[in-house]
Design a protein around this ligand. Structure first.
Ligand code: G
Ligand code: G
Ligand code: MN
Ligand code: NA
Length: 254
């Protein structure tokens, strides 16, 4: 069986599941969101990382079905946490270029929100710079349609791509996610400190939220707070977790 065929069956058979990485406000200590990260629970090979099957799904075109499945799982899970009485949180879903170029995307998102009963403001869609720079006008159109649904958009891995700063203004983005490669050497490396501080200022100037990825140490968290970035994601706050572990993290008794 070809690997892509195997992946197609995996999507149909429910072998794709999501782990959720918590996002925290460093100032208040509140968990305000989670990023959904796909996993393939292979019957014989165990848990397979998205780094190996997302590219395969993109090449084979299966990313549309896989992406729809991920969206559905994430929205249903977020709604189910709410129904269980847990504090409201936003769920962030990663999107590939192929999904973003699909003219049925807005309808899909709208349908999944309606079917899951999740409020649009509880869904964030993460896109990358390379994705939106492929066709700027088309990206602006798709992004505008999504924001009209009430969904918010975050720019993932910010700083690693090539979008010009003037371009950023054209996109209806709510949030910049600072790539973890810049966070890794803070606060010991002055160049990285300067880059991170500049991104935080840029976000403020453009009236956007900013979140630091890959936060692993207290020293990094302290640096970020001092630099004006309150939102963080990374191993210091939590690893990607199965849904039941997220519920435990969120429960008021925790
Ligand atoms: O946990 P981590 O190894 O979980 O994720 C690796 C990469 O896979 C990340 O860059 C993330 O953006 C990507 N990824 C994870 N889940 C999805 C998904 O559902 N769709 C897409 N397009 N990318 C994903
Ligand atoms: O979409 P994105 O590329 O940002 O996906 C997040 C990826 O980063 C996942 O592979 C996740 O497991 C990984 N990750 C999350 N937090 C940390 C962290 O604190 N340190 C490192 N090195 N990787 C992280
Ligand atoms: Mn992401
Ligand atoms: Na990222």
């Amino acid at each position: 069986l070809r690997r892509s065929e195997e992946l197609r069956c995996a999507v149909e058979n429910g072998e794709i599941l999501l782990h959720y990485q918590p996002q925290k406000n460093l100032k208040t200590g509140k968990i305000f969101g989670v990023e959904a990260l796909a996993r393939w629970r292979h019957p014989t090979e165990g848990m397979i990382s998205p780094c190996s099957f997302i590219p395969l799904a993109e090449e084979s075109g299966l990313i549309l079905e896989l992406g729809a499945k991920v969206l559905e799982l994430a929205c249903r899970q977020a709604r189910s946490w709410q129904d269980a009485g847990l504090p409201a949180l936003k769920v962030a879903v990663n999107m590939s270029a192929r999904q973003f170029q699909d003219c049925g995307l807005t309808t899909l998102v709208s349908d999944v929100l309606a079917q899951s009963g999740l409020s649009p403001c509880c869904l964030e869609i993460e896109i990358t710079e390379s994705l939106i720079m492929q066709d700027v006008d088309a990206a602006v159109r798709s992004m505008t349609q999504l924001t009209e649904l009430g969904v918010t958009l975050a720019l993932d891995d910010f700083g690693t791509g090539y979008s010009s700063l003037s371009m950023l203004k054209r996109f209806p983005l709510s949030k910049l996610k600072i790539d973890r490669s810049f966070i890794a050497e803070t606060p010991t490396h002055p160049d990285d400190n300067a880059i991170v501080s500049a991104i935080i200022s840029l976000a403020r100037t453009l009236d956007m939220e900013v979140l630091a990825e890959g936060v692993e140490t207290e020293a990094q968290a302290d640096f970020l707070l001092a630099a004006g970035c309150e939102a963080a994601q990374g191993y210091l706050i939590g690893h990607p977790l199965p849904p039941e572990m997220v519920a435990r993290l969120l429960a008021p008794s925790h």
